[in-house]
Design a protein around this ligand. Structure first.
Ligand code: FAD
Length: 536
């Protein structure tokens, strides 16, 4: 559809709607709006965002596909219960400010969630349009509309980083490595009138100190919500840059770092102190923070950053990376600029094998493509159907030339006399009965060994909890997987200590971490208020 055709379609649809004639069958007949994307050949050679965002016309047409169901089943699929029907209705009306206000009542990071949430297995899976058309990919694109509303604020407020796109005008994107340390600040959510304020209103200082350990999405939300209650909030972050996985793991081409940086700047404007290069458990323990440094409450949001390995021969060869290390070098440490300003090297690989089938594997494979690898193989022991990665990521990886080796898994990694990786020996697999995860179990076919010539192997088979907090925090209870045990209010076994995100849930999602950060902050605010009253 050309830009002019879209404009005409929107104007016809709006005229019909205003005349009261836009029926369910008319809405169902509106073509789903595709996300404009960088061409695959072009984007293989840059790190700019792949998805470029809806234009206003596209967003309003897509919003008019929503049937405005009375029972809004989509909301049930949203972990933070955004009022989806209402915000989409506002976009259809052209009232994007109101759409953003509605979203921000429940979600503090819409520009992030609109980009990385797995909507196809959440809100969009429940969408009546998709269900009626028996195709979830034809559901109303709730995530893209959330992103549109979040990015829109840039143009209206004249201070955003990703301005609204107009038909025929190419998008502007921050480049990887071009991350402002100060600058525009997207708005933070506040209930009521002040919902779009750049720096939200805060209660009078309480004089009470709250420590947030880890600056991922859960930590950011917990910090914002406790600071708003007037507390003196400090985030302690192990890395030299805040943002958690959103900064060190998820690549620029999926989530521009400037968006996360904007949220961090807002926290600083609110008066939240951010202390980097501070490893809780090494620099100070939780006990020391509470007993010696005067913190009255603590939120633990340290994520699940310990990579799992396969335990096969050859994993210590030079050229074998965990996905975490590979992505951290590429994203956080800017290894792509090694020799031109950055200190961190990364293998300049020609042939790369990535092992795994989740988002982390897709991110690693697509990063290897952008770093110049000639061949990137994705080795996964089940079929595409069982892959945990988002459908969109799988599609993008294929478009960018990643070769999928399904029903295969490495048996050993092969090296030369200098211990450099030269290949990987794999076994072929077939699917057996379903296992505990409900997915069919991969069963190795004896004698099916074969070799692939590679110089780099990236292991992306999952992450677990880092044991540091467990080893240094007596009295804190953990489950058998090393995750912190909390109640429904994210309260741990130690008074005043709360936890959320991946360290509680296991490797999960941004939106779930955000949701727990919010629950924990509400519980912390409540706990501190009661403590203050009891001391009166
Ligand atoms: P994290 O984001 O894990 O951040 C924890 C922070 O704590 C880190 O900055 C860490 O340095 C810091 N820290 C750790 N230990 C200490 C300590 N002892 N002291 C001080 N600081 C510490 N989710 C999605 O929803 N969509 C996606 O597309 C998606 N893609 C992903 C891609 C990759 C490569 C990875 C790794 C994950 C992805 N996820 C995705 C998962 C998502 O990023 C996580 O679920 C989410 O970030 C967890 O948030 P969190 O608040 O628990 O903390």
């Amino acid at each position: 559809m050309t830009s002019d055709e879209r404009k005409r379609l929107l104007s016809d649809l709006l005229a019909k709607k205003d005349a009261g004639g836009l029926k369910v069958k008319d809405r169902m007949a509106i073509p789903p709006q595709a996300m404009p994307e960088q061409n695959a050949e072009v984007r293989r050679r840059n790190v700019n965002e792949v998805a470029q965002g809806y234009t206003e016309e596209q967003a309003r047409i897509e919003a008019l596909r929503c049937l405005q169901c009375k029972n809004a089943p989509c909301v049930e699929g949203c972990p933070v219960r955004i009022r989806i029907r209402e915000f989409i209705g506002a976009i259809a009306e052209g009232n994007h400010r109101e759409a953003l206000r509605i979203i921000k009542a429940n979600s503090l990071l819409p520009a992030v969630c609109g980009r990385v949430c797995p909507q196809e297995v959440q809100c969009q899976e429940k969408c009546t349009v998709g269900l009626s058309l028996k195709d979830v990919s034809k559901a109303v694109s709730i995530g893209r509309l959330e992103r549109f509303a979040a990015d829109w604020r840039g143009e209206v407020r004249g201070e955003g980083i990703l301005p609204l796109r107009r038909e025929g005008v190419p998008p502007t994107h921050p480049r990887m490595g071009d991350i402002p340390t100060t600058g525009p600040r997207p708005a933070q959510e506040v209930q009521g009138q002040d919902a779009l304020a750049t720096v939200p209103a805060m209660a009078a200082p309480t004089g009470v100190k709250v420590a947030i350990i880890g600056s991922g999405p859960g930590g950011i939300v917990a910090a914002a919500d406790t600071r708003r209650a007037g507390h003196d909030v400090t985030i302690f972050e192990a890395f030299h840059k805040p943002g958690g996985v959103m900064v060190y793991g998820i690549p620029e081409f999926r989530l521009p770092k400037a968006i996360v940086q904007g949220e961090i700047e807002t926290l600083k404007q609110m008066g939240v102190k951010i202390v980097t290069n501070f490893i809780v458990g090494r620099t100070r323990t939780i006990e020391q923070l509470m007993k010696e440094d005067g913190f009255d409450a603590v939120y633990i949001g340290v994520g699940a950053g310990l990579p799992s390995f396969m335990d096969i021969p050859g994993e210590s060869l030079v050229g074998v990376y965990s996905a975490n290390e590979y992505l951290t070098r590429a994203n956080l440490m800017k290894a792509y600029e090694f020799g031109a300003g950055a200190d961190t090297p990364i293998a300049m690989s020609k042939r790369v094998a990535v092992v795994g089938g989740g988002n982390v594997a897709m991110d690693s494979a697509r990063t290897a493509v952008r770093l110049g690898a000639e061949k990137v193989y994705l080795i996964y022991r089940r079929t595409e159907k069982e892959m945990p990665a988002r459908v969109e990521e799988v599609h993008h990886a294929k478009e960018e030339g990643v070769e999928f080796h399904l029903l295969q898994s490495p048996k050993r990694i092969i090296g030369d006399e200098k211990d450099m990786v030269t290949g990987v020996e794999c076994l072929r697999y077939e699917l057996g009965e379903p296992d505990a995860s409900g997915r069919r179990r991969p069963v190795a076919i004896p004698g099916s060994e074969f070799q692939i010539e590679v110089d780099t192997v990236i292991i992306a088979i999952g992450n677990q909890a880092n044991p540091l907090i467990r080893q240094t925090t007596p009295g804190l209870e953990f489950n058998k997987w090393g995750n912190i045990i909390v109640d429904e209010n994210c309260r741990t076994s130690i008074e005043g200590v709360y936890a959320g995100g991946d360290i509680v849930l296991g490797a999960a999602t941004v939106i779930l971490a955000m949701g727990q950060g919010r629950i924990a902050a509400a519980a912390i605010n409540d706990y501190l208020a009661k403590k203050k009253n009891a001391n009166k």
